[in-house]
Design a protein around this ligand. Sequence first.
Ligand SMILES: [Zn+2]
Length: 53
Amino acid sequence: MVEETNFNKRIVFKCMKCGWMYEDKKWAERCEIYCSRHNACNLRIAKHAIKIK
Ligand SMILES: [Zn+2]
């Protein structure tokens, strides 16, 4: 399940498989589906993730 969490005072959605966070829930869900199936991240999805500095 995608987890709703708080990041820099924003609501973001976190892929529970790999830990990437997304502003858009649909990308977090796609990431999680991909991570679950392949046990790896898809870079095309991950580029939509929030960059953590
Ligand atoms: Zn993921």
